[in-house]
Design a binder for this molecule. Structure first.
Ligand code: BGC
Ligand code: ZN
Length: 366
């Protein structure tokens, strides 16, 4: 069967013939891949800056943002049946007995760093025709979400961030977990992670402002307006002006991976505010940051910065629920996040080229 593979040693990316997987344990299911999303991580892997093949393999089949259909189940599978749509999680536990996170099924908080990630780190991914996976890593999706469910995985970033946000903010006795009313969030970046995050915060009741440096922002601006959020372009407002026009910034959800911008915005966080990092910046060398100012402000205002990566099954469930709400409230806006669909033979175009748009995906089967 066909698969998109990266050969880090040979510095090669191609569509290859990859052996078809078989069900090998009673709790596994076989999935026919329908769509697979492309994100910045995939682009880094095809640029040979990230990603590791499984032990003993020359190549890594990439792809971690999945949507598939169950075609076969092992005798002990209970959660899914033939014909069900599923989105698979990405990370698998490390082998170390002392890693309490992995042992508790929370490999998204792995201590050792020896976790595996499908399509990223030592496990083949989803940009291929058939995949076998244990049912515990599969999340059933209602058939009504067929068009947009490939966006579930990038939405889990916001869902895990939000779950932690509520855990953290219940330090303030007047916070009701899940109720964002009266809180103002600034989302940095209007890529897929930013836009999906803006939608998730909106559904939770937050007032939402998206601040973006993108210069081709019409389609993004439309999506932001459609969901009832406010769009501010960096072209017309510097950070100072943006902060002034927003007023109180209770939360910043960073989704660009630009550290200089992030640390500019940190200075405008309100008392008791929380700054959430989700972006992974490329190493560009040191920049100047006013650390005394930031540290002093953080202490005197009870502020907090946290980074977040990967997502547990609960965040996939939350993303699937929220995606249903998005589709009810803003069907066109959600769909328009997907701006390009490519067949597997043309995968290298969106992976290596400058195809633009918001979210490009591969259509592997209909
Ligand atoms: C994926 C995460 C993964 C991270 C780091 C992201 O693109 O969505 O699941 O943990 O990359 O490898
Ligand atoms: Zn990703």
């Amino acid at each position: 069967m066909r698969a998109v593979a990266v050969y880090p040693e040979k510095r090669q990316v191609s569509v290859i013939d990859h052996p078809e997987p078989k069900i090998e344990s009673p709790s596994q299911a076989k999935i026919r891949m329908l769509e697979v999303g492309i994100c910045g991580t995939d682009k880094e892997i095809v640029a040979f800056e990230y990603g590791t093949p499984p032990e003993g393999s020359e190549y890594l089949v990439i792809g971690h943002e999945s949507l598939g259909e169950i075609v076969e189940v092992g005798p002990e599978v209970k959660k899914v049946k033939r014909g069900d749509l599923v989105v698979a999680t990405v990370r698998r536990p490390c082998p170390h007995p002392e890693c309490v996170a992995c042992r508790a099924g929370r490999q998204d908080f792995c201590y050792t760093g020896d976790f595996f990630e499908r399509g990223i780190k030592q496990r083949h991914g989803y940009m291929t025709e058939l995949v076998v996976e244990d049912e515990q890593y599969l999340n059933p999706v209602p058939s009504g979400l067929r068009d947009v469910a490939v966006l579930v995985e990038p939405l889990t970033i916001a869902e895990k961030a939000l779950a932690q946000f509520w855990d953290i903010q219940t330090r303030l006795p007047w916070t009701t977990p899940g109720v964002g009313k009266g809180h103002h969030v600034v989302v940095l970046g209007a890529g897929p992670v930013g836009l999906l995050g803006a939608m998730a915060f909106k559904v939770a009741g937050f007032e939402v402002t998206v601040y973006s440096r993108s210069t081709s922002h019409e389609e993004k601006d439309d999506i932001v307006t459609a969901i009832g959020a406010n769009y501010i372009a960096a072209e017309t407002h510097d950070v100072e002006q943006m902060a002034k026009s927003v007023g109180r910034i209770d939360v910043v959800y960073e989704a660009v991976g630009a550290s200089s911008l992030a640390f500019e915005v940190v200075k405008h966080l309100s008392p008791n505010g929380v700054f959430i990092f989700t972006g992974v910046p490329g190493r560009k060398g040191p920049i100047e940051v006013d650390t005394d100012f930031i540290m002093r402000d953080m202490v005197l205002n009870n502020q907090l910065i946290y980074g977040t990566v990967n997502a547990p099954p609960a965040s996939f469930a939350a993303a699937i629920r929220d995606m249903g709400v998005f589709v009810d409230r803003w069907p066109d806006a959600v769909k328009s996040i997907i701006t390009g669909r490519y067949p597997i033979d043309k995968a290298l175009e969106p992976l290596t080229g400058k195809t633009g748009g918001i979210k490009n995906i591969l259509t592997i089967a209909q």
